[in-house]
Design a protein around this ligand. Sequence first.
Ligand code: ASP
Length: 456
Amino acid sequence: MKVAKFGGSSVANAEQIRKVAAIIQADPSRKIVVVSAPGKRTKADVKTTDLLIELAQYCIGNNDQAKEQTLNKVVNRYAEMVSDLGLQEDIKEEIYHDLKVRMNAYYANEHQMMDALKASGEDNNAKLIAAYFKSIGMNASYINPKDAGLLVSDEPGNAQVLPVAYERLNELRQQEGVIVFPGFFGFSETGTLVTFPRGGSDITGAILAAAVQADLYENFTDVDSVYAANPTIVEDPFEIKKMTYREMRELSYAGFSVFHDEALIPAFRNGIPVCVKNTNNPKSEGTLIVAEREPFDDPVIGIAADEGFATIYVRKYLMNREVGFGRRLLEILEDQSISYEHIPSGIDDTSVIIRESQLTDGVEEQILARIKTELTVDDVHIERGFAMVMLVGEGMHNSIGVIARASAALSRKGVNIEMINQGSSETSLVFGIHQKDADVAVQELYHEFFGSRVPV
Ligand code: ASP
């Protein structure tokens, strides 16, 4: 039994949905189909989820005129698909009605309204796709996450699956025919709809795959495989045929958008292999993500870079001897709900690297003031505009000289290294550099580690 998840571009219009149907029909073991909201049809297009977020904002701000305009844009996305797929017009009416109900319902707070509208993108698309499957003679049905028991924590936009959900969802195994399941959201124990983080349909797919103990979780997207580097930065990068969960997790953390990093957890814990495949080229074997892979001849499997990091730099004489300094520093961040990414340290100084987006209005001043007064430090300041460049590969563990090769490559291009961090697992090596150097750093590192490699 396989769970197949289709991302936004795979279900963006009638032509794509026909491809999805053909893929499902080609393999009877594809029993559960998880779908995203209609994504971009062209580069310049807007994702339905983004339109829905806009719609929710207009509803929250009581902007009636803008609200109607955006509602029409959303409905038109579906209307086009309904007519191109030759479906009954009343499906379009149902979608319009569903959106109106969501817009006018009572919500305890704005976040609930935002989630309810955001999630309608996948929900209505799943209904539409199930209707299309039936119209071409497939035995298929739409299943609502509430009825199926996809229970999640009550954190709007950041839901976490509750352990009890797995048992309930396991019952989907008994269901006849193909199940079409909307991605991206679940329900709290009190019955409130809650969404996963953006890109979270991957998470739904992984949860379902783990719950039904699928043999394979197929994640269909619009590329043939996961590449060793971002193809918009490096020309024609290597296709990764097989990688471990850990390698994928590290690469998605550092900006490989092909698979959501949180989605790996359920698959990894339950040992479900994941395959990233292309809806537009299903014959291509894709990238297989598994627990273990064959011996690693090459140290590095992929290179990624992510931008938007800031460093909180703290210096205090004899910091190394002060018991509890680190805890108190992190507590100040915790009080502001700030999570950290890395903490490279010296004896008298430490840098806490965080995502810049967390430094919202006034937060920076508050943190600095508290660190200064409560920890009586000699210096504290925040620098922005950093990128984290990551070399990832299980093979690094057994290779000597990876740091030397990488830093030589960066120095060839005059890239200043602000920070180096290697986790004890030695699956990744992180360089903190200035954002402006990120692309050239990835290119030169790719050249160093993949330049002379022969394609397999
Ligand atoms: N539609 C949602 C988003 O754009 C979730 C997803 O596609 O995975 O983030």
